[in-house]
Design a protein around this ligand. Structure first.
Ligand code: PMP
Length: 395
């Protein structure tokens, strides 16, 4: 029965990460996985989360079935995205399995209910799972120009041109902040221009908000794009995740939200989402949503969360500065200005596959072969080594 089944597509990042784990070189550096690391190279569990977990134990909260997430969880999560000003806009949300599950459940809803053009435009390049998630849900995919390899930044004219020619009633996917893998986010002016271009096209605008807070360090500032598009009257869908901004990568907590025209429009969509969720994974895990609720219920925990988020983003910025300085100090004449120009978890270096392979094979610096490096893997202890090796492979 199961003969001749081809292998599944390899996960390019995890494969390199696994190779890093078994490398005996004491100088090895892992810059593959998009997860925060402390100065000591170790994963970081937020103190805020630990305190919230303690509260859950102290209160002996139950672990009953979680339906589509509690009303309170869904409300505060929605507010985190849209802010106070838009909190009364009609919408429907379900708690889901972090960003990935939220994108997938939204894609399934779109496939079944969206009466427009079943074609989603994805930035080129984007997170590797965006296109397959939509394709597997039965929504066709195409790419729009996003990134300019020469400037290592947004391809402004390519992006605006492709939005201009996007067919009416289609779907466009934007990464709201901390773009993976390019680390290049549109400025507020660019978002406004993008909104103006799409305004009369009746396009469904899908925001992947996986890194809210990891761009500027402030969840409010980072939410500019989704709020602007809602204010401008676009049809908006968004997927949220607490994996990165609360460091709850494997706790799997997030939400999928559809903005709707009126409260009556929402109920059938909510019912369908609930049904799709029940038929795929049942109900979402409660632990992460209880953590989120504890944090939002307590002003002090909210404050400490935002401080820790700031601390993480500040360390990433510091590492960008330090790496740039070290490269200059050792005399690299390569253009490294994009280390500082880009933001979020990553540095999209522009190094070729061969240069990346050299970093991995000759220097035990593990990077994704498209040139993406996770900045949190850099710290004061290994930054000299990283700079020297980057210099070596770009001489
Ligand atoms: N979107 C983007 C752009 C991502 O980079 C990731 C994680 N790498 C996700 C969504 C999904 O992450 P999670 O399911 O942990 O929220």
């Amino acid at each position: 029965w199961w003969k001749d089944v081809p292998l599944g597509p390899p996960d390019v990042i995890l494969g390199i990460y696994e190779a890093h784990k078994v490398d005996p070189n004491p100088n090895k550096v892992d810059l593959t996985v998009g997860a925060y690391r402390c100065e000591n190279g170790k994963p970081y569990v937020l103190k805020t989360v630990l305190q919230a977990e303690q509260n859950i134990v102290d209160k002996q909260l139950d672990k009953e079935y979680n339906d589509i997430g509690s009303e309170y969880f869904r409300e505060v999560t929605y507010r985190l995205a849209v802010g106070e000003e838009l909190c009364d806009r009609p919408h429907v949300s379900v708690q889901s399995i972090s960003g990935s599950g939220s994108i997938k459940i939204a894609a399934e809803v779109i496939k079944r209910l969206y009466k427009g053009n079943q074609l989603v435009f994805i930035p080129n390049p984007s997170w590797v799972y965006h296109a397959p998630m939509f394709e597997l849900s039965g929504v066709n995919t195409a790419f729009y120009r996003y990134y300019d390899e020469r400037s290592h930044y947004i391809d402004h004219s390519g992006l605006m041109t492709d939005l201009t020619y996007m067919p009416d009633n289609s779907i466009v996917l934007f990464q709201m902040v901390g773009h993976n893998p390019t680390a290049s986010d549109p400025s507020p002016e660019q978002w406004r221009e993008m909104s103006r271009i799409l305004k009369n096209k009746n396009v469904l605008v899908f925001f992947d908000m996986a890194y809210q807070g990891f761009g500027s360090g402030c969840t409010e500032t980072d939410a500019y794009a989704v709020r602007h598009f809602i204010k401008e009257g676009h049809k908006v869908v968004f997927a949220q995740s607490y994996s990165k901004n609360l460091g709850m990568y494997s706790v799997r907590v997030g939400a999928a939200t559809f903005m709707v025209d009126g409260k009556d429009d929402g109920q059938p969509i909510l019912d369908q989402m609930k049904h799709l969720a029940m038929c795929s994974y049942g109900q979402p895990p409660i632990h992460g949503s209880q953590v989120v609720e504890e944090i939002f219920r307590d002003k002090n925990l909210q404050k400490s969360w935002h401080e820790e988020l700031h601390m993480m983003v500040d360390r990433i910025k510091k590492m960008r500065e330090l790496l740039t300085m070290k490269l200059k100090a050792i005399g690299s004449s390569h253009d490294w200005s994009h280390i500082m120009k880009q933001q979020g978890m990553f540095f999209f270096s522009g190094l070729s596959v061969e240069q990346c392979e050299k970093l991995i094979n000759d220097h035990s610096i593990y990077v994704v072969k498209n040139g993406r490096m996770a900045i949190p893997g850099i710290n004061e202890k290994n930054v000299d080594y990283v700079a020297q090796c980057l210099h070596q492979v770009t001489k």
